[in-house]
Design a protein around this ligand. Structure first.
Ligand SMILES: *Cc1c(COP(=O)(O)O)cnc(C)c1O
Length: 367
């Protein structure tokens, strides 16, 4: 049996007709950048995340870069974040001219450890950038207390967590600004790149909107040097179709995760821990295994694809070597990187597929 890590083909299969109609609507309309589909998607994402404003952009990385830049973060500033994330989180900080400062994570949730964050605050710190890793919201109350004590902004990297919530509050609108990716594999993924920034702060929203359209409000007059970072109407129309399924699909991910949790009992594979305060949306189902590489090969032999998130933590990336970190600086992050083992997860994962995966894991454990 062949089981992909994330089954995008099955997602398309469920919505094929609606997606075809949405594409045709846009192609017939003659409006391909901006326009009614994009505006409608922005309103719908604002409603979903409980934010007053949503500004669509070209991808999640731009969402982060624009949010940081609009917040006035730049040269000489420090932004505290996690090294247990996709590279874009730190890339955006560096792109704005600021310095990423990495704090270690909690060993159970893989999210930023608030005590480690506070220990890294200096006079130059301007913001905390938590990542809701794998779809599980970070410890936002503790981070907000730190932000208040030191007068810092909170920029949420919610690229993996659309639809998740913390103490009933949707991610993205908890901090000052939230960044979401529509990369195809994300919980709400397009058929190409896309992203969106959400915020309750009108001034920030206005600045982001300005920056993503070449710093221009009036055609051919530019008040700032910005970016060309926009969402295509085609992507917006297709995302709107998928958005109608997001809650149901997130619930299906949660049900699949609960089944794994139960079936993995007794195996030398630690299921992901979930904080009591959150609604986790399982962008990925990441376990820890001391034997992850051999286990990955064994499952591959049976047609099962697994994932390694992330083989190299950000503080040890070559591109960031100028920051001066060394192995041993973030022990919990490094251990998680060496053991992380992601099992197939998607809304269309079937019981039969899960039973097949668990059976192979059990056989391997028996030796
Ligand atoms: C995917 C992702 C990004 C970047 O999003 P793109 O749309 O691929 O640019 C940023 N941060 C995290 C945590 C991500 O998973």
């Amino acid at each position: 049996m062949n089981i992909p890590l994330i089954d995008l083909h099955a997602q398309y299969g469920e919505l094929k007709q609606e997606i075809g109609k949405a594409m045709e609507r846009v192609l017939e309309s003659g409006v391909y950048i901006g326009g009614p589909e994009v505006e409608a998607l922005e309103k719908e994402i604002a409603a979903l995340t409980g934010a007053r404003f949503a500004i669509s952009v070209a991808n999640g990385t731009d969402a982060l870069t624009l949010a940081l830049e609009a917040a006035g973060i730049g040269s000489g500033d420090e932004v505290i974040t996690t090294a247990f994330t996709f590279f874009a989180t730190a890339e955006a900080i560096v792109r704005c001219g600021a310095v990423p400062v990495f704090a270690d994570i909690d060993p159970d949730t893989f999210n930023l450890n608030p005590d480690e964050v506070e220990a890294k605050v200096t006079a130059r710190t301007k913001a905390i950038l938590p990542v809701h890793i794998f779809g599980q919201p970070a410890d936002m109350d503790a981070l907000q207390l730190i932000a208040e004590r030191h007068n810092l902004l909170i920029i949420e990297d919610a690229c993996q967590a659309i639809g998740a919530s913390y103490k009933g509050r949707p991610v993205g609108s908890i901090g000052d600004v939230g960044c979401i990716s529509f990369f195809p594999t994300k919980n709400l993924g397009g058929y190409g790149d896309g992203g969106i920034v959400v915020t309750n702060n009108e001034e920030l929203a206005d600045r982001i909107r300005l920056l993503c359209h070449h710093g221009s409000r009036r055609k051919y007059y530019h008040e700032a040097v910005g970016y060309n970072s926009r969402l295509d109407a085609l992507q917006a129309a297709m995302l709107r179709v998928k958005l109608t399924k997001l809650t149901e699909w997130n619930d299906r991910r949660r049900a699949a995760a609960a089944y794994y949790d139960e079936q993995l009992r007794g195996l030398p594979l630690a299921p992901p821990a979930v904080s009591g305060d959150v609604r986790h949306v399982y962008h990925l189902y990441v376990t820890l295994s001391k034997d992850r590489n051999r286990l990955a090969l064994e499952l591959k032999r049976h047609g099962i694809s697994t994932g390694h998130y992330y083989p190299c933590p950000l503080h040890l990336q070559q591109a960031l070597s100028n920051l001066g970190y060394k192995r041993g600086d973030l022990k919990v992050t490094e251990l998680a990187c060496s053991r992380s083992f992601a099992l197939p997860m998607s809304p269309h994962l079937t019981r039969e597929q899960q039973d097949y995966i668990v059976d192979k894991l059990r056989r391997y454990a028996k030796g």
